[in-house]
Design a protein around this ligand. Structure first.
Ligand SMILES: Cc1cc2nc3c(=O)[nH]c(=O)nc-3n(C[C@H](O)[C@H](O)[C@H](O)COP(=O)(O)O)c2cc1C
Length: 273
């Protein structure tokens, strides 16, 4: 099938998904001899506008895994604002070394429902947003080389297509329930209401935390106040250059400790063609 334009579209609070999607889109553009354009859906206002694609586009769409599925506060925008218009899509999720569970299945079903034809899909490992002890430094050089190899295979597949493909076959159940996070005691860890705290000795009030919050949840006039919905994405924690943001919620910390105890063995990337 003819491809006239490659796109990379992503939501990425701490940068892993952005890196993987950028690399895949660049590799596909290279393999197909086309140019590549990126769309960053992370800021709240970027998600508000419709994004229309059409036949002849090849769109890499990436989101992270949250509780074994896609981030539930972001998914509605992906469902309602992305319009496939018969474009080909590559669904990509990243995950923090535990499992992508049903996230890729949910993404591929969403893309097909949005009017894309999913030609391939992949799940890549990225440093867990909650802790540097899981998948530190990933996606690393090896991961990105795997992304290059995958992009070459997808480009070949696209060139060989005579008609829109059948939906990409991926593991998981798009309709499954969310993974229940547990603490070190094995009991459900309830940290839905946890919010980032601010160390007054470190915070200089620069406002970067409010600017990078994809939910617009932090009051820019007083960054100690979380007035909106916190999705625990860790953008504020990771982007604060002074280390002034942190989560002290006991249930959250217990879940992170449980993950560190049980999921430290390096996980592998998975590709589906
Ligand atoms: C709220 C939340 C829930 C998460 N749930 C999972 C999960 O179920 N499985 C997993 O392996 N990683 C999980 N992670 C880790 C992220 O999937 C991983 O860090 C991802 O690469 C972050 O993408 P980003 O850097 O593009 O924001 C979770 C992270 C957050 C913030």
């Amino acid at each position: 099938m003819e491809c006239k334009q490659v796109w990379g579209v992503y939501w990425s609070a701490t940068g892993n998904t952005r890196r993987v999607v950028e690399r895949l889109a660049a590799g596909l553009a290279d393999g197909l001899g086309q140019s590549c354009r990126m769309v960053d859906l992370t800021p709240q206002n970027a998600r508000a506008q419709p994004r229309r694609f059409r036949a002849g586009d090849l769109v890499v769409v990436g989101l992270p895994t949250y509780a074994g599925k896609l981030p539930n506060k972001i998914l509605p925008d992906v469902q309602t604002k992305l319009q496939g218009g018969g474009a080909l899509a590559v669904g990509v999720v990243t995950f923090g070394n535990r499992s992508f569970d049903n996230a890729l299945a949910e993404l591929c079903v969403t893309l097909e429902t949005d009017g894309f034809h999913t030609v391939a899909a992949a799940a890549f490992v990225g440093r867990h947003a909650f802790t540097d002890r899981l998948a530190a430094g990933r996606p690393d050089g090896d991961d990105l080389r795997q992304a290059d190899a995958f992009a070459r295979c997808v480009a070949e597949r696209v060139r060989a297509l005579a008609a829109p493909p059948a939906p990409a076959a991926v593991p998981g159940d798009a309709a499954a329930a969310y993974y229940v996070p547990r603490g070190t005691d094995g009991q459900p860890a309830k940290f839905l209401k946890a919010k980032p705290q601010t160390d007054p000795g470190r915070c200089c009030g620069c406002g970067v935390c409010a600017r990078v919050c994809p939910m617009g949840a932090i009051n820019p006039a007083d960054v100690t106040q979380v007035t909106g919905t916190c999705i625990k994405c860790q953008a504020c924690v990771r982007r604060c250059t002074r280390g002034a943001k942190y989560f002290d919620d006991a249930a959250f910390q217990s879940h992170v400790a449980m993950l560190e105890q049980n999921f430290s063995k390096p996980a592998e990337n998975s590709v589906f063609l």
